[in-house]
Design a protein. Structure first.
Length: 173
């Protein structure tokens, strides 16, 4: 299977925020933004794997600034890391005020997707070709996040088998 470059699957999606996207205060609901993030990341994963994909996790999602009615939202998504079947995609969300031209970095997220075969089982994804120093930096950061996730899963498993070994596991009731 031939590797693919980061830029081969990267996408930018743009969408204007309308009144149905907002709460009574005029801020766009976080859930609307999460759905758009998931959509953008899913497109990247599908383009890379050229198969159906499924969201495995949202590792991190930070909201930095609110988004308002009339803002033009840009979702910039690209691959950071590809494992055997899984892919980490980073998404940067920016909101542009169409009247003033001000652009705000409103959210960032890291999501993991798994490539699927025709029967819905995990399948191998093409390797990721890192061309630029930015590609390599993002890949290093993604590997660090992956190692932290794996360590956390291991700790959770240990806590299930030996609750006394975890914080709060030996509390008296």
């Amino acid at each position: 299977m031939e590797g693919k470059r980061v830029q081969d699957s990267a996408v930018t999606i743009a969408q204007v925020m309308i009144p149905q996207d907002t709460n009574p205060a005029g801020n766009v609901h976080g859930g609307v933004i999460v759905k758009l993030i998931d959509t953008a990341a899913g497109v990247v994963a599908s383009r890379h794997a050229r198969s159906n994909v499924v969201t495995a996790s949202i590792d991190r999602l930070d909201f930095h600034h609110p988004v308002f009615i009339g803002d033009l939202l840009f979702l910039k998504a690209s691959l950071n890391l590809v494992g055997r079947t899984s892919m980490e995609i980073g998404v940067r969300v920016e909101a542009e005020n169409l009247i003033t031209g001000e652009v705000r970095h409103t959210a960032s997220a890291y999501l993991t997707y798994v490539a699927l075969d025709e029967q819905g089982h995990p399948r191998e994804a093409p390797q990721l070709v890192l061309e630029t120093e930015e590609d390599r930096r993002r890949n290093r950061d993604a590997k660090t996040r992956k190692n932290l996730r794996l360590a956390e899963r291991k700790r959770e498993k240990e806590c299930q088998t030996d609750p006394g070994s975890c914080n709060g596991g030996d509390r008296k009731q």
